[in-house]
Design a protein around this ligand. Structure first.
Ligand SMILES: *Cc1c(COP(=O)(O)O)cnc(C)c1O
Length: 370
């Protein structure tokens, strides 16, 4: 079965083999050397002052950022499940919340954010997804972050990059906290969250808040290449292997270039089959299609062609399907996904199979990478 859900993504064989080696104790010089290597790779990738690893799924890093960085009122952008989650975390900690709500296909606008900031002068942090995975939507986070800092440089910008870090280069000039998770673009099993922090954020963290997710106590340990509590040793060993694989592939810039090219090819191919792209500004991490036969297409893909793609949640359940574009994906695998979708559409009587999807995919990908 080809796993093409936008998280979890397939774990490459070399990473699985690396993680199958005998267990190490975390309080040893051997593991500290492994931790140091992972930490340095993350600092390089994030291009930020600090990089913290947490033993939790991605939501743990979202909660850590809110607890440690939000003081007064937090502005969250809710254009889907994950933006909604930021709001729920803020409320769970009895912090004040202002929520900007959008349809799941609609990116946040700089004007709306500025208007909200003008209306509530006590907002001291803004939390937003770079890619809102519920609809595969890319928010203009870099522009929003710039406008926020111009409005008031003391407002902290928290960016959930769980389906963006490792997918595309992110300009972190005005971002204070950048969140990543192991099971999306990092091609690892779930359980490791990563958090990049700016100087501004480190000042705000101060003595930290919370207990397990207290960033001050974690940072003090992680600067010495160890962790406050038991590290996710196996996942960190896997993370180093992921960085090796990316290096072997030609480095992060080549990964970004190929990911972008494959995304364009995928979207062009799906459009050539008469399918409709759901978000108004599609993120590079996935392709989201809105279609009345979404569930039939998913079922056929799974039962006849061995391809697992994701559906929608909440009001989009049964109305959309989402195809992963994160990680080191074989072009041939994506070609098969496209061809299978065309076959499924033919079986549903929507078109006559001609192989046009695969043709458009190959042609576009080759042009983009030429
Ligand atoms: C997957 C995801 C998360 C985190 O989910 P976990 O299940 O806690 O790992 C958060 N934000 C976005 C945008 C995601 O795609």
């Amino acid at each position: 079965m080809l796993l093409f859900t936008p998280g979890p993504t397939p774990v490459p064989e070399a990473v699985r083999v690396e993680m199958s080696k005998p267990t190490l104790h975390h309080r040893t010089p051997e593991f500290e050397a492994i931790f140091k290597e992972a930490r340095e790779s993350l600092l390089k990738l994030f291009k930020m002052r600090e990089a913290v690893m947490l033993s939790s799924s991605g939501t743990g890093a979202m909660e850590a950022a809110i607890i440690n960085l939000s003081r007064g009122k937090t502005l969250t952008v809710n254009a889907g499940k994950f933006g909604e989650r930021f709001g729920k975390i803020v409320k769970a900690h009895n912090l004040d919340l202002v929520e900007l709500k959008y349809e799941w296909d609609t990116p946040a606008s700089v004007d709306d954010v500025l208007k909200a900031l003008r209306e509530s002068s006590d907002i001291d942090s803004v939390a937003i997804q770079i890619c809102e995975s519920a609809g595969g939507l890319r928010h203009p986070v870099e522009e929003i972050a710039k406008a926020v800092k111009e409005f008031n440089k003391d407002i902290i910008v928290i960016a959930d990059g769980i389906t963006a870090v490792g997918v595309e280069p992110i300009d972190v000039t005005n971002i204070d906290a950048l969140i990543a998770g192991s099971q999306k673009a990092f091609m690892l099993p779930p359980g490791l969250a990563m958090l990049g922090l700016s100087d501004e954020a480190l000042n705000r963290v101060g003595e930290g808040k919370g207990y397990y997710l207290n960033l001050a106590s974690e940072i003090a340990k992680q600067e010495k290449n160890t962790t406050a509590y038991t590290a996710a040793t196996t996942l960190i060993i896997g993370l180093n292997k992921v960085f090796d694989l990316i290096d072997e592939f030609g480095g992060e810039d080549r990964l970004y270039k190929v990911t972008k090219a494959r995304h364009k090819a995928l979207l062009e191919a799906l459009k050539s089959l008469g399918l409709k792209i759901y978000p108004k500004s599609p993120a590079l991490s996935m392709a989201t299609i809105i279609d009345e036969n979404a569930e039939d297409i998913r079922a056929l893909l799974k039962s006849k062609y061995g391809v697992n793609i994701a559906g929608g949640q909440d009001h989009l359940k049964g109305k959309i399907f989402r195809i992963n574009n994160m990680g080191l994906i074989e072009s041939g695998d994506m070609l098969w996904v496209v061809d299978s979708i065309e076959s499924a559409l033919a079986e549903l009587g929507r078109l006559e199979y001609s192989g046009v999807g695969a043709k458009v995919f190959s042609k576009t990908l080759k042009l983009e990478l030429a």
